[in-house]
Design a protein around this ligand. Structure first.
Ligand code: HEC
Length: 165
């Protein structure tokens, strides 16, 4: 009886220590997924267009301001596009939806949509975890303008493509 009590007490204690250690390590896992997402957004170049002043300051924009969209237009034969606010966009899209979108999306230039197809599913989930951890913030970028419509603000002007041979 005594041995039984002792062993079951030991089992309870062992169970408790398992519960106690599970919580911090799940937290650590989530933190490392978010950190990987931050790394992927950074080396993936997403800030180059989706963050105001990122290139001009040599990347010295704090993450709190990352991916909030830009009023800089990209004009070419496709009209004028604007890099949208991804902080707001990601707050509306679940991780599952993002994995699907990233592997099927096709936008107008100069968004490198084809690059998103090469991201693995775990990487896309990490990216989603990081961007949603920053939270939605800021206003929306200007709306797309079709060819022939003049933009009000500054634009990067792309040349017409060379005539097909
Ligand atoms: C060279 C500039 C540029 C870079 C680099 C860039 N984007 Fe974009 N992105 C744009 C533009 C411009 C649009 C809008 C395209 C359009 O209007 O068709 C866009 C659109 C998007 C959209 C569509 C959002 C919506 O509302 O449907 C997503 C998602 C997106 N970008 C994610 C990313 C991610 C993630 C990265 C980094 C891997 C990235 N972009 C890098 C310029 C860029």
């Amino acid at each position: 009886m005594r041995t039984f009590l002792l062993t079951s007490a030991a089992a309870v204690l062992a169970g408790l220590s398992l519960v106690a250690s599970a919580a911090p390590s799940a937290k650590a896992d989530q933190a490392s997924v978010i950190e990987r997402g931050r790394y992927l957004v950074k080396i993936g170049g997403c800030n180059d267009c989706h963050t105001v002043n990122y290139g001009e300051t040599g990347g010295k924009v704090p993450p709190a301001q990352w991916l909030t969209g830009s009023p800089l237009g990209w004009s070419g034969p496709w009209g004028t596009t604007y890099a949208p606010n991804l902080r707001n966009y990601f707050s509306r899209v679940t991780a599952d939806q993002w994995v699907k979108v990233a592997h099927t999306i096709e936008t107008r230039p100069p968004m490198p949509w084809f690059v998103l197809r090469d991201f693995s599913e775990p990487d896309l989930r990490a990216m989603h975890a990081f961007i949603t951890s920053l939270g939605a913030t800021g206003g929306e970028s200007p709306a797309y303008l079709p060819p022939g419509r003049k933009a009000n603000g500054p634009v990067v002007l792309f040349p017409e493509p060379p005539p097909a041979k």
